[in-house]
Write a protein that binds this ligand. Structure first.
Ligand code: PMT
Length: 436
């Protein structure tokens, strides 16, 4: 968020008070925050308190002559990297969906081509009303993003259901994943349209007997977020998922598998693709001989010994395809030490174009958690990204991949590097570090 410019439009709802915390947190992250308040918002919090937190004047009036001379509402949008409306009331949502422009907030939004995030907050019956749901569908179809609402008790006594504005941390995670914040924004505006992206996600389960299996702690959050980001960038997405507790992302063709062998077959069935991203935590080994019945614990008998055999390496298989190889093959490296060194070794041994390396030591909470801190390891060097939400990693990764796919020179350089690497016994180590 550092040096990003956020335009916050505060709508008229009781949740407006949460925006004070949002502004404070955004500024702590190094973002600049400019605020437009609707007339109704000013009934809940004052422009004075907002201005004290943003250290900027607060914009409230479309007919403020000073600003209109400089085409104020257009400048407000032009100078922002992303726009968030919080709380997005039913009335504001309806006006945005209908293209109204009868006050400063709606005029800014109608005149804007920037990424827009809405944080709805309203009475559950208003949220569930078919009119609001129709407006939400329309806005989603227009490329507008939503965060929340969450379920819970309303400010009015006895009212509960979906309608609470998302918490500050959720708003920030969603903002971090916005085009214009997460990446250049170019890719996410549709430059993967017409492309097919195959993504693996989650763990695999390797059966021991009919009731027991070998597994790992992958939740699928990172892989599913990549699928959603690719779909938002306009790609046709096939997500091949191991057993996870996540819903299938809407608009994404999701195939469910259990074992590494099933995942390998599914990937083969999903190709051809332009990009393949292997985010799944595939079990390296499976039990050599599965038994048809539950292994019994017999009194006095020794504990059973499991004989393991190696699972097929899906990433390596796809990266070394002679024909039908995706133009970009991306692997992940889950490491607990020497993260970049091990990732670089995997880049060479698996034959892929790029490795996304992450530290999965227990202390990082990456496996199963909501945040990640990754290094992109390529044949040209490394890029380290700061810690961010998994949604933001996904958006930034898809942005990077779309740019690489579109950049024939880069693609050519990767191809050349692969050729050189095959010719050499040992890959040349480059230590170019680009921090972003
Ligand atoms: O699911 P989350 O809780 O969100 O956590 C995300 C994650 C930590 C699982 C993810 O970011 C990640 O690191 N995924 C890769 C996990 C892994 O298996 O890494 P690896 O270093 O063991 O494998 C290297 C690469 O080979 C991976 O791209 C893996 O998908 C692939 N592989 C591994 C073994 C195998 N038999 N076939 C494969 O394709």
């Amino acid at each position: 968020m550092k040096n990003k410019r956020i335009l916050l439009i505060i709508g008229g709802g009781i949740a407006a008070y949460k925006c004070l915390d949002l502004i404070r947190r955004l500024r702590e992250f190094g973002a600049g925050v400019r605020v437009v308040m609707t007339r109704a918002a000013q009934e809940f919090i004052t422009p004075l308190s907002v201005s004290a937190l943003t250290n900027e004047r607060v914009f409230t009036d479309l007919f403020d002559l000073d600003d209109e001379r400089e085409i104020g509402h257009i400048r407000l949008s032009r100078e922002a990297d992303a726009i968030i409306v919080a709380p997005a009331t039913a009335d504001l949502i309806a006006k945005i969906a209908g293209g109204h422009a009868n006050d400063l907030a709606t005029s800014v939004l109608l005149a804007s081509d920037k990424a827009l995030l809405l944080a709805p907050a309203m009475n559950p019956r208003m949220w569930l009303n078919p009119a609001t749901q129709r407006n939400v569908c329309q806005l989603e179809a227009d490329g507008v993003r939503f965060v929340g609402p969450e379920e819970g008790e309303m400010a009015e006594r006895g009212e509960a259901g979906p309608g609470r504005m998302a918490e500050t941390s959720e708003l920030i995670s969603a903002l971090e994943a916005m085009p214009g914040i997460a990446g250049s924004g170019k890719a996410l505006l549709g430059s993967l349209s017409g492309k097919h992206v195959v993504i693996t996600s989650g763990p695999t389960h390797e059966p021991i007997d009919p009731v027991r299996y070998i597994a790992n702690r992958s939740s699928g959050k990172q892989g599913h977020a990549i699928a959603i980001a690719a779909q938002r960038a306009g790609a046709k997405v096939t997500l091949i998922s191991g057993p996870v507790d996540l819903p299938d992302p809407s608009g994404v063709d999701t195939w469910h598998v259990e074992t590494a062998t099933e995942m390998k077959d599914a990937v083969a069935g999903a190709l051809p693709a332009d990009i393949a991203v292997f985010c799944a935590a595939v079990a390296d080994w499976k039990v050599a001989e599965q038994v048809g019945q539950k292994i019994k614990k017999a009194k006095g008998a020794p504990s059973p010994t499991l004989k393991l055999v190696t699972n097929p390496d899906i990433l390596k298989t796809v990266a070394s395809l002679k024909s039908g190889r995706p133009k970009l093959v991306v692997g992940f490296a889950a490491e607990t030490e020497k993260v970049i060194d091990h990732a670089r070794a995997k880049l060479a041994s698996k034959g892929c174009d790029l490795i996304v390396a992450n530290d999965v030591s227990a202390a990082t909470g990456v496996m199963g958690g909501d945040r990640n801190s990754v290094h992109l390891v390529t044949h040209d060097g490394e890029i380290s990204w700061p810690e961010m939400s998994k949604d933001a990693v996904a958006a930034k990764l898809i942005d990077e991949l779309a740019l690489r796919l579109g950049d024939s020179k880069l693609a050519e350089s990767t191809k050349k590097k692969r050729g050189q690497r095959r010719a050499r016994a040992k890959p040349k180590k480059t230590k170019k570090v680009r921090k972003t």
